[in-house]
Design a protein around this ligand. Structure first.
Ligand code: NDP
Length: 454
């Protein structure tokens, strides 16, 4: 007899979902250990506070637009301390909501670190040992910072939300989701932003034309982009040593108040005791699992970023749900993500689903439909912004393989396009759909002539 049916290590998106479904719907006796705050990276130091900062950073532009639309509107300064206070209160509210949900489901939460003792036993920091029929590793990931002299003078994204003051000058290293989002956020908030990345273009792996379009928009907003460069070293500067000097491989010297590293994340597996039990760990540190999120040790499972499959909250939630169904609802469910929509919350946003033009072309002939235009709202306000809407179509089957949108609210639009594409919609299905006029999204159903074929 085990102390509990299910012990979950990690109270983030994947762990909380698995624990709640197992307890509330599966009737299982469930315990969960979380060393930090319940809610995990997404809620506490990722998607949620980031999105609130995205909203905050959009107001200077909105106020300028308001004036163009005839309003008497003036922008005062941004009160970082006031915003941070409200942000903290909102995260407290969300964490309390997560805890209440777990409590209602009957999940016992241990606010401490847990490690594995054997294939059915975990050890808590306070010395208690708890045996479990099944154990779930849902410990997420943590930021990775390359070894560079002075790297300890830089911060990682976790620390952005606790900055004592808004930096006047920030250097951001990397060009993935996090680097690009914070470049846009800090530029919107009025900081001087430099973004340093080793590739020629931001957002490696995304559709090349859309990446280039967004990169142009970011440069147009005054973000100083340093492609093809890496950091050689970081030095402290100024009388109190609080300023930073960043030296780049191309000889450039950048001055900053804050240096932010956003150079990827790594699975959080160190020190859990997994390898000793025979759980497979990939060179990246990821827990190796099968399609049912089961490790090489039959009683141990893993979901979310710690498995380095699709490192997005909705994927972790799906994996947690599927596992709870498999183990406790007698509904074996594979954790599969055949189509992954996502959005980069830059200004403008970049929403994407399905294949890039490059990946689709590698599979066979395609037709590519592209519309770039100045959206009505910003055109009237006198801004130069251009939106990009793009569909990648399989020339033989006519199915839409990919949709890429760089425009305000692109994340909202691509979510809906993902439904149609997931259902196998053809270009003709899109064309048959009546436009909603006047909107930006009507471009998705009115593009008639391919920009490219082949
Ligand atoms: P990404 O994997 O998206 O990007 C990593 C970046 O770091 C790339 O630009 C990469 O360059 C660069 N890099 C990696 N190693 C080095 C190095 N040694 N020296 C210099 N540059 C380096 O990671 P992020 O940290 O941006 O985000 C982590 C994950 O979080 C993402 O994969 C995503 O799944 C998730 N996320 C999702 C968001 C969303 O959905 N909106 C928002 C934020 C995060 P290169 O391309 O040249 O390899």
């Amino acid at each position: 007899m085990f102390d509990v049916d299910f012990f979950v290590i990690g109270g983030g998106s994947g762990g909380v979902r698995a624990a709640r479904i197992a307890a509330a719907e599966g009737g299982a006796r469930v315990a969960l250990a979380e060393a930090s705050r319940v809610g995990g990276t997404c809620v506490i130091r990722g998607c949620v506070p980031k999105k609130l900062m995205v909203f905050a950073s959009g107001y200077p532009e909105a106020i300028a637009d308001a004036r163009a639309y005839g309003w008497e509107a003036a922008s005062g300064g941004f009160d970082w301390a006031a915003f941070r206070g409200r942000l903290g209160a909102e995260l407290d509210r969300l964490e309390a909501a997560y805890r209440a949900t777990l409590a209602r489901a009957g999940v016992e939460v241990h606010d401490q670190r847990a490690t594995l003792v054997d294939s059915h036993t975990v050890s808590l920091e306070d010395g208690r040992r708890i045996s479990a029929r099944h154990i779930l590793i849902a410990t997420g990931g943590r930021p990775f910072v390359p070894e560079v002299p002075g790297a300890e003078l830089a911060i990682i994204s976790d620390a952005v939300f606790d900055l004592p003051a808004l930096p006047g000058r920030i250097v951001i290293v990397g060009s993935g989701y996090i680097a690009c989002e914070f470049a846009s956020i800090f530029a919107g908030l009025g900081a001087r932003v430099a973004q340093v990345f080793r590739a020629p273009h931001i957002l490696r792996g995304f559709d090349a034309e859309a990446r280039a379009h967004l990169q142009g928009a970011m440069a147009g907003q005054g973000i100083a982009l340093h492609p093809g460069a890496e950091v050689v070293r970081i030095e402290a500067d100024g009388a109190d040593g609080a300023a930073r000097i960043v030296h780049l491989t191309d000889g450039t010297r950048l001055e900053a108040d804050v240096v932010l590293y956003a150079t990827g994340r790594r699975p959080n597996t160190a020190g859990l005791g997994l390898e000793a039990l025979g759980v497979g760990i990939a060179p990246s540190g990821a827990v190796e699992v099968d399609g049912y999120s089961q490790t090489a040790v039959p009683s141990i499972f893993a979901v979310g970023d710690v498995t380095d499959r699709v490192n997005l909250t909705p994927a972790a939630i799906r994996e947690g749900q599927a596992l709870a169904q498999t183990l406790f609802l007698a509904r074996p469910t594979r954790a599969e993500h055949p189509l992954v929509p996502s959005a980069v919350f830059t200004r403008p946003e970049f929403g994407t689903v399905g294949l890039s033009e490059e990946d689709a072309r590698a599979r066979g002939p395609v037709e590519v439909f592209v519309a770039t235009f100045r959206p009505m709202r910003s055109l009237f306000a006198g801004r130069e912004d251009r939106a990009l809407f793009k569909l990648v179509v399989d020339a033989a089957s006519r199915r839409v393989l990919g949709c890429h949108i760089v425009a305000p609210e692109a994340g909202e639009m691509v979510q809906l396009a993902a439904v149609a594409i997931g259902m196998g919609a053809t270009k003709e299905d899109f064309d048959r759909t009546l436009a909603v006029h006047p909107t930006m999204a009507e471009e998705l159903v009115t593009m008639k002539t391919p920009a490219r074929r082949g």
